[in-house]
Design a protein around this ligand. Structure first.
Ligand code: DGL
Length: 268
């Protein structure tokens, strides 16, 4: 059990922002990353549709003998994590949600922004997080599903993505939010663009490190942490493998690039 990998899944390349944090936090662990690139974006789909897609991803990860599943996708988590846990009882599942609690804590003027996909922004799950952790804050909830395809193509800078992001973030500036919760795993790759728009005084928060620490806690509690550093990182996509290699190597930066040796195309 201890030497089995951690399975990480997302609709596309976005979950690599969480994969990086997992590799940093748990350097002895092997990973299997699965991207449903052919069906990406998930962010405007109904919760019922997302559940059907996500089940296939979880089955693939289980077939590949992972000891833990990390859903590196806020949209899947808010849409159906409870149902997935119910259906796949034999494996622990850790989800990813917008870091609303942290944003509320960091905000001095108690005005926070949440940037997520349409499905996440409209979900009961997110509403509950706001009611629980940001009751004392004014919350500006923005859906930015439109930028996901840009990140999928590796376009995280340049005129087009800049103009779109500027347009989407206008309300954050107008309402003077001083902390932003990134509620989609694709968005940390746009951090620099977002920072340029909102300024360095606004705190931009993502959930990557918290998820990695949660993964560590679960593995510790189950006595299934890897005991030796004999790591293997495997990558699978339901889309075009060459495109995935190109984009992912561009997004993850120098330190992690060398870990992406090969990407295999799968049909689920
Ligand atoms: N990366 C996903 C998330 O965290 C969804 C992006 C998409 O497929 O729309 O929500």
């Amino acid at each position: 059990m201890n030497n089995q990998p951690i399975g990480i899944l997302d609709s596309g390349v976005g979950g690599l922002s969480i994969w990086k944090e997992i590799v940093k936090e748990l350097p002895y662990e092997s990973t299997i990353y699965l991207a449903d690139s052919i069906n990406c974006p998930y962010g405007d789909r109904t919760e019922a549709e997302i559940y059907i897609l996500a089940k296939r991803l979880v089955k693939f990860i289980i077939q590949n003998k992972a000891k833990l599943i990390v859903i590196a996708c806020n949209t899947i988590t808010v849409a159906c994590i409870d149902k997935l846990r119910e259906e796949f009882k034999g494996i622990p599942i850790v989800g990813t949600v917008p870091p609303i609690k942290t944003a509320a804590r960091y905000s001095n003027n108690k005005k926070i922004g949440i940037l997520s996909t349409l499905t996440t922004s409209q979900s009961i799950y997110q509403k509950r997080l706001i009611d629980t952790f940001a009751k004392n804050c004014e919350v500006v909830n923005i859906s930015a599903s439109e930028v996901v395809p840009f990140v999928e193509r590796g376009e995280v800078e340049g005129k087009e993505v800049k103009e779109l992001t500027e347009m989407l973030l206008r309300e954050f500036l107008a309402k003077d939010v001083d902390a932003i919760a990134l509620g989609c795993s694709h968005f940390p790759f746009l951090r620099e663009e977002i920072e340029k728009i909102v300024g360095s005084k606004v705190k931009i928060l993502d959930s990557g490190n918290a998820i990695a620490r949660q993964a560590r806690r679960v593995l510790t509690n189950n006595n299934s942490l890897s005991l030796s550093k004999n790591t293997l990182h495997e990558f699978y996509t339901t889309g075009n493998a060459e495109e995935f290699v190109k984009v992912s190597k561009k997004l993850v930066g120098d330190k992690f690039r060398r870990l992406i040796k090969e990407v295999q195309a799968v049909s689920l």
